[in-house]
Design a protein around this ligand. Structure first.
Ligand SMILES: Nc1ncnc2c1ncn2[C@@H]1O[C@H](COP(=O)(O)OP(=O)(O)O)[C@@H](O)[C@H]1O
Ligand SMILES: [Mg+2]
Length: 211
């Protein structure tokens, strides 16, 4: 079988429902006859999981540039060792976050200049652009309330200011582009899955049967 790979990404602020949607969406892809390669950022590879630990530990006082390069090191390793090979083998790759997160958090959130972030980000992603990016839109207070309700232990990023999270969310809301679709993160999980699946089918016509 010689068909191209398909790269699908879930994006959105903390608590917007990415990780919750990931498994049911992967399952829907399986039902349609393909075993997806499921990854999360930062992480998945051994080296990238080290970076994840460094990034999330509330004891670490990373500056914005140190933080940027931990994320990019994690991404470069994941792209090189997992995502590129999977796509080259014609697989469907489903990722919890990708390069757009760096634009949202490091540029919009931290205020690092685009001329620093964008070329480095593109290099870390090995110029790879997702076929479909699903952004889960959610008002800031809702994401936070969900995390509190779930009793999540707040990591280094969760502890950032409300203003930081507001900038991130506003960035996500404004993103437009080829292969970018916004979904209403306030939908109940089954409706969200339905909406996400419709977008996946639409971006890869002929690959999956709708339904
Ligand atoms: N569609 C949804 N409706 C209501 N609650 C949700 C929905 N999706 C996720 N949640 C809840 O919100 C919290 C954060 O979800 P999660 O998937 O971990 O978000 P993210 O990975 O985007 O940070 C979890 O407690 C989860 O159970
Ligand atoms: Mg998550």
């Amino acid at each position: 079988m010689n068909r191209p790979g398909l790269f699908l990404v879930l994006e959105g602020s903390e608590g917007s429902g990415k990780s919750t949607l990931l498994e049911p969406l992967a399952s829907r892809i399986r039902d349609a006859g393909e075993e997806p390669v499921v990854v999360r950022e930062p992480g998945t590879t051994r080296a990238a999981e080290f970076a994840r630990q460094a990034l999330l530990d509330p004891e670490h006082t990373l500056g914005p540039v140190a933080e940027l390069f931990f994320y990019l090191a994690a991404r470069a390793d994941l792209v090189q060792t997992v995502i590129r090979p999977a796509l080259a083998a014609g697989r469907v790759v489903l990722s919890d976050r990708f390069a757009l997160s760096t634009e949202a958090y490091q540029m919009a959130g931290r205020g690092l200049p685009p001329e620093v972030v964008l070329p480095a980000n593109s290099a870390a992603a090995d110029r790879l652009v997702p076929d479909l990016t699903l952004i889960l839109d959610l008002p800031p207070a809702v994401g936070q309330a969900r995390q509190v309700a779930a009793g999540k232990r707040l990591d280094r990023l969760d502890r950032e200011s409300a203003e930081f999270h507001r900038r991130v969310i506003e960035f996500y809301l404004a993103v437009r582009g080829d292969g970018v679709r916004h979904l209403d993160g306030c939908l109940p999980p089954d409706r969200l899955l339905q909406a996400a699946w419709a977008e996946v089918v639409a971006v890869a016509p002929g690959r999956f049967a709708a339904g």
